[in-house]
Design a protein around this ligand. Structure first.
Ligand SMILES: [Zn+2]
Length: 160
């Protein structure tokens, strides 16, 4: 579990290591990193949550990267820079179907709030890009399945 709300020290970073196939994975401070050997004796480290990668790491620099990166994920979210009144004014300028579309997006945010709690993008362990790709793939499957069904039913209705 990622702790938040205070600075991180080296001792705060619990570390474990495992292999998944050929991939060497290290969990540090609740985040999982993939390690790849560079050409020399250094490593390229990739955060599996946000895909940030840094090459040529070893020793102290490697630990500094872990500290800094886990700290970035666990830092409290910054105060919103969004002006709520300006947002309300922008929404008021929308009309008709634009409001219907916006309401659907808000529905999704409200559902996410109920299921996952408040969205804190830095500390969220979900891989947002991977989740989006899976959802797009699923949407393509459902759309294609719907087209196939519609065509079949149309053909069935057209034959005597
Ligand atoms: Zn990360």
């Amino acid at each position: 579990m990622i702790r938040r709300g205070r600075g991180l020290r080296k001792d705060d970073l619990e570390q474990s290591s495992r292999f998944e196939g050929k991939d060497h994975l290290v969990t540090v401070g609740g985040l999982e990193f993939k390690l790849l050997k560079d050409a020399g004796s250094t490593l390229t480290v990739t955060c599996r949550t946000c895909s940030v990668a840094k090459a040529a790491l070893s020793g102290v620099a490697l630990h500094a990267f872990y500290l800094e990166h886990v700290g970035a994920h666990t830092a409290p979210p910054p105060a919103p820079t969004l002006d709520l009144e300006q947002l309300v004014e922008r929404v008021r300028a929308l009309k008709g179907d634009e409001l219907e579309v916006l309401a659907l997006v808000v529905d999704g945010l409200e559902r996410g709030l109920k299921v996952y709690g408040q969205l804190v993008v830095n500390g969220d362990a979900r891989d947002f890009e991977a989740e989006a790709l899976q959802e797009v793939r699923d949407a393509a499957i459902y759309a294609a399945a719907g087209i196939v069904r519609r065509r079949r039913l149309a053909l069935a209705g057209a034959t005597p």
